[in-house]
Structure formats: C-alpha cells, structure tokens
Design a protein around this ligand. Sequence first.
Ligand SMILES: [Cu+2]
Length: 307
Amino acid sequence: MTVGRATFVAIIGAGALLGSAPVSHARTRDFWVAAVRVTWNAVPNQRDAILGTAHDPGETVMPTTVYQRYTSHWRRRLRNTPPAGGNSDGIPGPLLRARQGDRLRVHFKNLDPIQPHSMHFHGVSYRPDSDGSYVPGVSGRDGNVRPGQTYTYALTAGTGSVGVWPYHDHSPSMHASIEGGMYGMLSILGRHEPWPDREFVVVLAPMGYFQTIDGRAFVGNTPVFRSRVGQRVQWDVLGMGSEHHTFHVHGHRWRARDGTPLDTQTVGPAESFRIRWREDAPGTWLYHCHVEQHMAAGMIGTYVVSR
Ligand SMILES: [Cu+2]
C-alpha cells in the first residue's frame, strides 16, 4: 500500500515538472491493449441494402490485425467501446478515456505472430521513448514492438489535450496496418466536464474495396448508434487514410467554434473532432460521409433515438 502511494505522488510530481494542467485530482489510468490477428468482414450481411446489390465474401472478408482491449496483464479480452457505442468491435481499437491532468499508461502487447506493431498517440505529451514511431537508427523498442513483445507508453493529458485524438500503428508495418484498421481514439475530458451519456466513435477510413465506418460498410453493417431523448450525446469523429470526408448527421445541427450552426463537418487524415448535443429528435436517422463516392462505397449508417 505504502509503495503504491509513494509511486502515485512521484507521478504527480513528474506531471507538474512537465508543465501540465492542475493535477490536484489527477489520476493515473492504466490501459491494456494487444494487437491480435482476426478475420474481418467489412460487409457481414454481404449487401448494400440501399442499392440492393450483393457483395461476394471474396471482396469483403480479409485477414487483418486490430487493437483489442484487455483486462490487466492481458488476462481476458474486453469490448473496445461501450455497449451503446455501436455494434462493431475490434475496429476501431479501445476508446481510451481520461481527464485533463491525468497520466495514462498504455500497456501494449503484440500478439501478431508475423509483423511488428506499435501505438503512436496524438494530442498528449510524452517523452521520445513513448512516441511509438519507427525512426531507422534512432527509435527504440516503442516504435517496433516485435511479435510476442510488450511495451508501456507513458502519456500525460495536459491543458491542450482536451478533446478527441487518434492513435495508430507507426511501426515499420504501419501502412498495411492502418489500411487494415489499426487505429483508435483518445477522449480527454476537461477537469470538470461531465461524461456524456452516450459516446459514439466514428472512424471514417478506406478498407479494401470499401469506404468504411469503424471497419464496416453499408447500412446494416456499419454501427447502429443509439440514444434517448434528453441524453448528452457525444460523437468522436476521426478520418484515417489519404482522403477527406464530410461527416453529416440527419435531423441534427451542432455549432462550430465560432458559433456557426453546422450539419456537415470536414475531417482530413488524422484530424478529429467531437460533436455534442442534448438529444431532442426521436427517430431513425442516417449519418454518413457526404463525399458521394464514399457514401456509395459504404460510408453510411443509422442513428436511432428513442423517446
Ligand atoms: Cu468520405
């Protein structure tokens, strides 16, 4: 007990030295994540229900590696996102939630038997040995976690960390890994911000023949997000890949930083934003990327609001 307490004090001291936010109620949050091989189907029902076209499993099923959330010391697999946060699991990786002033320790294990992997985080502070990117001749194990190995990334959420941010593989295998879904999001709340009642993670990214939301394409396969009237809803939106997307939700508007009402917002590669509202519009609504070719290639889903 005494040792744990001493460690905690030392960690707070380090945070203060790094110039991060007020740390009086700061916590250290541990996350356990592994890279695991899976067989992923981007279109599990094999169809585009809007156009009425069929897609062959030869196009939709692929072996890939994903980030998976675990209990401590990788004993047991857990869901990556809260149950109401969508029906997809494995892509994106675990939603890592913290508060401004917190320290995060992300314990990563590479269970992929073939490729090296890593975790590189946006939006938070860290020393170079927690950057998680491979720099030939310079970087250490953090950027090149080989099969069977582990690495712990030490991160600090400072005043400039409030918001939502991507993380992704930045090892030598990053290009194939990102195309295959090795990305996820950090969600950092301000010191006194309430947790939303519903938090939806939306990653817009290409995968094989498709343009996907959380690794799935077409209504009936993409996440069905659910909320109730009166709930505080938060959407965490991220673009990955090489294209820009325009995120649109039917029947709702939100405000840009300058107060302008929006119902469509552009997100480029590795850009991210959060959208919040108090839900007041019951019904079944579409959400989608409004780049027409992306929508036609699967980047569309439904959002169900009950009374
Ligand atoms: Cu798009």
